[in-house]
Design a protein around this ligand. Sequence first.
Ligand code: MLT
Ligand code: MN
Ligand code: ZN
Length: 317
Amino acid sequence: MRIRVLGSSAGGGFPQWNCNCRNCSGVRGGTIRARPRTQSSIAVTAGPATAPRTNPLASERGWALVNASPDILYQLHQCPELQPARAVRDTAIAAIVLVDGQVDHTAGLLMLREAGRPWPLWCTDPVYADLMNTNPILRVLQHYCGTERRSMPTDGTPFVLDSIPNLSWQALCVTGKAAPYSAHRLAPVPGDNVALLIADAHSGGTALYAPGLATIDAPLWHAMQSASCVLVDGTFWTDEEILNAGVSAHRARDLGHLAQSGEGGMLEWLAQLPSTTRKILIHINNTNPILDEDSHERAELDHLGVEVAWDGMEICL
Ligand code: MLT
Ligand code: MN
Ligand code: ZN
C-alpha cells in the first residue's frame, strides 16, 4: 500500500494564520528550521510500493481520502497523482473516510462539492449524526454532489472501500473528543473518534492511523503492535503546551490528545513497539517544539527512531 501524507498538521495548520508563537513566527520569518504544514489528511491506495509514476496503470488506482481537510484544494494541487485526467471531470479519489467530525477533518468536504457523483463516505454513526444535525455539512452537500453514506463498523469487522478492493480496513473506537459543536462534546460516545487499521493483503503491510487519541487502551495497543507502521497523534509535546504558550486555557487531554513526553506519554508507548515498526507522529499542532528541526525535542525523537510526518511524505508498506 502507499500512503501519501496530504496534511501533517493539526487544526489551524502551521503557521496558523493568527498565531505568533515561537514556531509560527519562526517559520514565517525563517528564523527556525521548520516546514510549513497543512491540516490533517492522508490518501491511501493499494498496490505495489514501487509502481513507477509513469506506469499508465498507476493512474487507474483508486485512492481513499482519509479526512477532508480545509486545505484539500491546495493538497490536491500538490499531488498530481490524484488527478489522473481520464475525462473532462475526474479524480482518483474513490471514497472518503473520516476518523471524527472535527473541523480540520471535515470542512474540506464542502470543497469537493463539484464531484460528478455522490461521494462514498465512510464514518461512524455519531460522526454521521453530527454532520447531519449540529454541523449539517452533509445536508448542504445534498444540494451539490451529495454523499452515499457507508456505515463504518466499530466492532472490529473489516470493511472494504468502494473501488479499492485490495485494502482491508478496521475501525477501532478510541478515547478522544467529538467536535465542539457535537451534541456530546462533554459526554463522549464510542465512535466519536476512531483509529484505522489498514491492511494490504498482497504486500502484507499494515498501517495504524490515529491522528487523535487521548489514551491507549488494550485493543488499540494490540493494533499498534500488529502494524508495520503507526501514524499516531503527534499534536502536543506536553500536556500543558498550549496553556504555557498562552494560546489556550486547555490542556492536551481536555482536547482529547495524549501528549508525547512525560510518564505514560506517547513516546513511552512507541518505545515498547518492535524496532522494526515504523513510528510516525502526525497531526502536529503548531505549538509543538518537534516542528523545529533543531530543537532538543526533535533530537530526542531522532534518538528514539520516531519520525515526524511532513506534507508530501510517502510511506510504502
Ligand atoms: C483537534 O484535533 O483537537 C483539532 O485539530 C481541532 C480543530 O480542528 O480545531
Ligand atoms: Mn484535529
Ligand atoms: Zn503558533
